[in-house]
Design a protein around this ligand. Structure first.
Ligand code: CTP
Length: 414
């Protein structure tokens, strides 16, 4: 497994933000705001058409830097060469069908297309267009050409488009775009297309076990790690089903089928239904191990002076069942949130859990002292049933997800 590059988490970088001529350009103001808030220096390079949607003054005010689109501004600075040469990332959003075609053909007739030719850093294109344009053989071909050259062409989201249309081609949420950009800044090779055509099912979030109609027993989990796994898998080409219990208010990852569940038993049903069609199964959810044995159908009143103790019953161990009915060649991944104690450290507990669960890979997170839960960053170890062990570098949850998918992809092909 490749370790992360030398870039420290959160260190400011130089980003060229290309903006194509599509209505989604207005959403990219929020992308710019988030990137500059993270401390990055962002040079906005719109196409001429993009300026019909959002003017140069807006981009200049938000980036704090001058904005040009033609090849004949600032000529002594040679920006058509310098911008691409010196960038750490070129991000283009929205990337229109026309921009994809121009990039695939190596055109250099404006500042953005020239910058794409001179960039030697990761290039991340975020397409947004009508479904017919996205599905057209010309666009499909252009995307394939760009991907074969190592350009990351993201999977667009599905949903409402301009006018009454709905379908694939929607610009992913700004938070998701920034997450992918941040991932590539940390790890240039985080998004290969090595899961193309693979079907994966991932659980996320914490289950709620009802005590009465308004109260429940639950596990702490924001669902962020499961969502990051789903997002990265989809961008690496997988067909993803995400079985989500209760989560923080998270953006639905682009290009992912979302199945909502409430309790452990509902999650078990959804996972066992999806697993036989999947080549990879990941249990990232925090499943409540117990549930109240006798949930009340009416709200338990506070006026009851001495409430009866709550008796609990064991919930099914979903990961155990998934391992038991694993298909030939299927890769099963579990997560373990552990704390160490005076007898054993976190890693030792992780090894014991891996042997007990029998999954192919186990991601071990140290919890407590601010680790793992409800935060954006994560770290840990990746343990393989085959004895392979790797420490995962501290970073965004999508970075950890990228290392998990590396290990899964190696097992799928191997
Ligand atoms: N898990 C599961 N079903 C459960 C409990 C856990 O599928 N009823 C899965 C989790 O999604 C995770 C792995 O098992 O992938 C380990 O979860 P964890 O809570 O760390 O361990 P438990 O099996 O619950 O054991 P313990 O709480 O005793 O450490």
């Amino acid at each position: 497994m490749t370790p992360a590059g030398p870039v420290r988490p959160g260190s400011p970088r130089r980003i060229v933000l290309g903006v194509g001529g599509g209505i989604a350009a207005y959403k990219v103001c929020e992308v710019l705001r988030r990137l500059t808030a993270a401390g990055h220096q962002v040079r906005v390079v719109p196409t001429e058409a993009a300026l019909s949607f959002v003017g140069a003054a807006t981009w200049e005010a938000l980036s704090g830097l001058p904005v040009h689109h033609g090849l004949f501004a600032d000529v002594p600075e040679v920006p058509h060469v310098r911008l691409g040469q010196t960038a750490d990332l070129v991000l283009v959003a929205p990337t229109t069908a026309d921009l994809l075609a121009r990039a695939a053909h190596g055109r250099a007739d404006d500042l953005l297309s020239a910058t794409l030719l001179t960039a030697r850093c990761p290039v991340l294109l975020i397409p947004a267009m009508h479904t017919e344009m996205w599905d057209h053989p010309a666009t499909v071909h252009n995307v394939a050409v760009l991907r074969s050259r190592g350009t990351v062409v993201a999977q667009p989201a599905s949903g409402r488009l301009t006018g009454a249309d709905s379908g694939a081609g929607r610009l992913p949420d700004p938070a998701e775009i920034v997450d992918l950009a941040t991932l590539l800044l940390r790890r240039v090779d985080a998004l290969p297309r090595d899961l193309t055509g693979r079907r994966v099912v991932i659980s996320a979030g914490g289950t709620h076990e009802p005590l009465d109609p308004v109260r429940y027993l639950g596990n702490r989990s924001s669902g962020r790690q499961g969502y990051a796994l789903a997002r990265v898998a989809a961008q690496r080409g997988a067909q993803v089903t995400l079985v989500a219990a209760h989560t923080a208010d998270l953006t639905e990852p682009a290009g992912v089928d979302l199945v909502r569940v409430d309790t452990a038993r509902e999650m078990r049903e959804a996972m066992l239904k999806a697993a036989p069609q999947a080549e990879v199964v990941v249990m990232a959810a925090a499943v409540a191990d117990f549930r109240p044995a006798y949930p009340s159908s009416d709200k338990i009143k506070k006026t009851v002076s001495d409430p009866a103790p709550v008796s609990l019953v064991r919930n099914p161990d979903i990961l155990h069942e998934l391992v038991r009915c694993r298909l030939e060649g299927q890769v099963v991944v579990g997560f373990a949130a552990e704390t160490g104690d005076s007898e054993r450290d976190v890693l030792t507990y992780g090894r014991v859990k891996l042997a007990h669960k029998g999954c192919d890979l186990l991601v071990v997170n140290a919890v407590g002292r601010g680790g793992a839960f409800e935060v954006d960053h994560n770290t840990g170890w990746l343990l393989g049933l085959d004895g392979v062990e790797a420490e995962l570098p501290e970073g965004p949850k999508s970075l950890l997800a990228s290392y998990v998918w590396d290990a899964v992809a190696a097992r799928l092909t191997g």
